[in-house]
Ligand binder design. Structure first.
Ligand code: HEM
Length: 155
């Protein structure tokens, strides 16, 4: 149970992020202000209510699974986790909330786009960090083969 919970949360969290990221870019480039406002509302509810618990569950379950593990991938995952959590809680959540408020009020000024850019950068950063955690996790679980340092020839 703990392993499957970690797998589900560990896939769900980056999936939420990439969905928010791509839909934001599409809505900003192609959508109306009403579409952007609608998307901002959806990112807060249900979006954040899915992503934040998924990050917490991935981190919590991961720490539990790592109790009996040692080595570089585990250490790297442990080091990345505080950045992922801090970035999520202190940057992504506040950005999503204020952007939703401003968009609902029809305030699409320079400050809106500055905060939008910060949110996209923070989102991309967390996506990369989570992606590395997924890669290391899949390797540790034996689902992804580590590439050999040198290519070998059979002849
Ligand atoms: C948001 C952060 C994280 C993500 C996205 C993530 C993702 C994953 C994924 C996708 C797997 C593969 C699971 C499977 O195939 O069954 C995995 C495995 C694993 N993760 Fe994480 N993880 C995260 C955080 C952590 C943390 C903080 C730790 C603690 C060091 C950790 C420790 C582990 C361990 C030990 C495994 C191997 C489990 C096994 O042997 O089957 N993870 N992780």
């Amino acid at each position: 149970m703990p392993k499957s919970a970690h797998l589900i949360a560990g896939v769900l969290a980056p999936l939420c992020l990439v969905t928010f990221f791509l839909s934001t870019i599409l809505a900003e480039l192609l959508g109306s202000h009403a579409a952007v406002a609608q998307l901002k509302a959806l990112i807060v509810t249900p979006g954040l209510w899915i992503m934040i618990p998924a990050i917490a569950a991935a981190g919590g379950r991961g720490m539990f699974l790592a109790r009996s593990r040692k080595g570089r991938p585990v250490d790297a995952k442990k080091k990345r986790m505080p950045f992922i959590a801090t970035n999520g809680l202190l940057v992504l959540v506040p950005c999503a909330i204020v952007l939703n408020r401003w968009a609902a009020a029809g305030t699409f000024d320079t400050t809106f786009y500055i905060v939008q850019t910060i949110e996209l950068i923070a989102g991309a950063t967390n996506f990369v960090l989570m992606g590395l955690n997924v890669r290391d996790g899949l390797r540790m679980a034996g689902r992804l083969r580590t590439s050999p340092p040198f290519a070998t020839r059979s002849s």
